[in-house]
Design a protein around this ligand. Sequence first.
Ligand SMILES: O=C(O)CCC(=O)C(=O)O
Length: 318
Amino acid sequence: MGEAVTPDALAQFERDGYVVFPELFAPAEIVIIRDAIPRVLDENRSILGLPGPERVRDSNRLLDQVLCVHHVHKISEIFRSLAEHPSILRHLVELVGPQVKCLQSQLFVKPPGFPGNPWHQDEGPIPTRDRSLVAVWIALDDATAENGCLKVVPGSHRSGYLYPVREHHRPDEYDFTTESYGFDEERARTVEMAAGSAIFFHGYLLHGSSRNESLGKRRALTYHYMNSFSLLPWQGGRGDYRDVFPVLGADPYEWKGYEEQSVPHLRMWPDPGRAPGVGALPYALRTKITAAVRLWGHDERAALRQLREALRETPDDL
Ligand SMILES: O=C(O)CCC(=O)C(=O)O
């Protein structure tokens, strides 16, 4: 732990588009992070739309339907400070440069039976101007082929090509996001790694994960970083997403200020917002139905009450 990126690791990142650093975090750090997860959800139930303690007392049960917590760094000091952990920064400075900003965090819980992510390239939805996007994916449990570890197509970042995307029609295997296609899947490799290890990968690298076929959760924490000199035309906004924070060096656009553009939220499974027809409903109504379905399994009477209320509000012409 604690060593700078070796020339071999840099060469691997350039050639394959990723590099794995075993034991980047100490076992004691991983225990602290894992223990923080139910606590963070418990303390942020209303922000995240989770049922209150009168309905679900055990905070561990809050994780049962959670595939991923988006922007967890905004609701937890632990996850905010981990984005700037020295073990991450010492590699980022070599892989991205001396000025780096962080733009998002994702905490994957992925309980047993939960789907993976279809093949994709992060620069598709998150386009930097200079192709400097780097993801850091930290295994919080041993990540194996069985529990749906990351899989990659080595070298797929090199052409600088963004593959086309489409619906995947494999709801048992993948979540609702679209899949990239048109490449040779035979070249794919699964990246198994022990808890505490991390993979740093390029924003153009084709990657994804499979369904969790094990009996335990497959937790992983990811952060996305990029060169602070690049604008980020992401999430609408003014052509430069400013819900970022510098982690290395000065931000040349500090004068623009920073603003809240994304809220912490959960990716649930199954995702009621994606059920046939539901996606076409007005946003407020969809949110109500989503919340009601989330309650199902915790408090069925309350879930039914909310569903009835939502149905009463459904316009007749839908
Ligand atoms: O952790 C996973 O299952 C998928 C992660 C992923 O695809 C990503 O971080 O872009």
